[in-house]
Design a protein around this ligand. Structure first.
Ligand code: HEC
Ligand code: HEC
Length: 311
């Protein structure tokens, strides 16, 4: 009898442990999904938006990418490795979606964190992002998540600001180039690039500047501290190392330095005069920027820094 009671108690305790284990697992999964969706929203959805109502797409929706990368046979680690490798270093050679490259142009190189990409890619592997079930979860996420509610490190905050600035600049630049041609888009950069970054910065309660050692607009000349960081990055660039961002305290403010590298599309205005830069474009550049130092760049070269001052 006594033995039976002990057995029962043990069973109850055991069941309880199992149950709380399940509940913990469910809430842990929910937390992990929310984290992955936040990363996707901040880093990828500006171009790979899942919202079909957006007519001006900048890239294929993620579920299309998943269709190309996913198969019944592929292991999770292999999938993560492929997606991460492409996003770290987009190139024709790494691409398995030639149609997307034709339609949208190669994905611009950006500075993502490897560990974020692994979380993102794992999430894409685990979820069928084209399914109704996923869309329901996405709608719920959009209504419940408040941007900036969660505590982020300064490095993460700065990176979010830089990534949204880059994609908004890239969107508008591409629109201007397809509407007015490369030469016509020079005016866009000249008039709107600074006002656009300013308005993005205001949304994020931060100050954001683009600086360089070889400015087109003299107002974008890097100061001494910034030049020192650029020179350090150039040494890394020569050794073909990755170029890391950095957070420093400058005048009592948390300040993030994030490298800007050229993609192929940039060469039309920042490459070699006479070959990459067409005469009509060169003429406009010279008119607006008689002291232009921002030519002669190749693809994937350090062009300057985003400097983000955060409150
Ligand atoms: C500034 C716009 C932009 C952002 C932001 C962006 N992408 Fe892309 N991506 C593109 C474009 C354009 C393509 C289609 C052309 C291509 O395949 O390179 C693409 C294609 C891809 C492909 C398919 C590559 C191939 O051709 O096989 C993968 C994988 C990918 N993106 C992953 C990501 C991930 C993950 C993120 C977020 C961490 C992300 N992208 C953020 C623009 C972007
Ligand atoms: C249509 C021509 C055009 C294209 C394409 C273009 N730029 Fe520029 N870029 C300009 C002009 C014009 C300025 C000067 C803007 C100003 O007056 O602030 C500029 C300025 C910059 C600056 C600020 C520093 C400076 O030299 O004044 C950076 C950084 C930069 N561009 C990077 C890029 C990158 C990276 C790309 C590709 C993603 C790119 N640009 C594509 C025309 C272009």
């Amino acid at each position: 009898m006594k033995n039976q009671a002990i057995l029962n108690l043990t069973l109850v305790a055991f069941t309880l442990i199992l149950l709380t284990g399940c509940i913990n697992q469910a809430s842990e999964k929910k937390e992990a999904d929310t984290k992955a969706l936040t990363l996707l929203q901040n880093n990828c959805f500006a171009c790979h938006t899942p919202d079909m109502s957006i007519d001006k797409r900048l890239g294929p929706p993620i579920f299309r990418i998943r269709e190309h990368y996913f198969s019944e046979k592929i292991r999770r680690e292999e999938f993560i490795d492929k997606v991460t490798r492409f996003a770290m270093n987009p190139s024709q050679a790494n691409s398995i979606m030639p149609g997307a490259v034709r339609n949208f142009g190669l994905m611009p190189k950006q500075s993502f964190r490897q560990e974020d990409l692994e979380i993102i890619a794992g999430y894409i592997y685990d979820h069928d992002l084209g399914s109704d079930e996923w869309y329901a979860a996405w709608e719920e996420f959009k209504t419940t998540s408040k941007p900036g509610a969660k505590a982020m490190t300064f490095e993460e905050r700065g990176l979010n600001i830089v990534n949204s600035t880059k994609s908004i600049l890239a969107t508008n630049l591409m629109k201007a180039m397809s509407a007015h041609g490369t030469a016509g888009a020079v005016e866009f950069c000249s008039v709107h690039a600074i006002t656009l970054t300013d308005s993005i910065a205001r949304v994020h309660d931060a100050k954001i500047r683009r600086v360089t050692d070889r400015p087109r607009n003299p107002a974008n000349q890097a100061n001494e501290t910034e030049l020192a960081y650029i020179n350090m990055l150039k040494i890394k660039e020569e050794k073909q190392e990755t170029l890391p961002p950095s957070i420093l305290i400058v005048d009592g403010k948390m300040t993030g330095y994030y490298p800007i590298q050229t993609a192929r599309m940039c060469i039309q205005c920042h490459g070699t005069l006479g070959t990459d830069i067409l005469p009509e474009t060169a003429e406009r550049l010279h008119l607006l920027y008689p002291q232009d130092k921002a030519t002669g760049y190749g693809e994937n070269q350090l062009r300057g820094l985003f400097v983000v001052e955060m409150n």
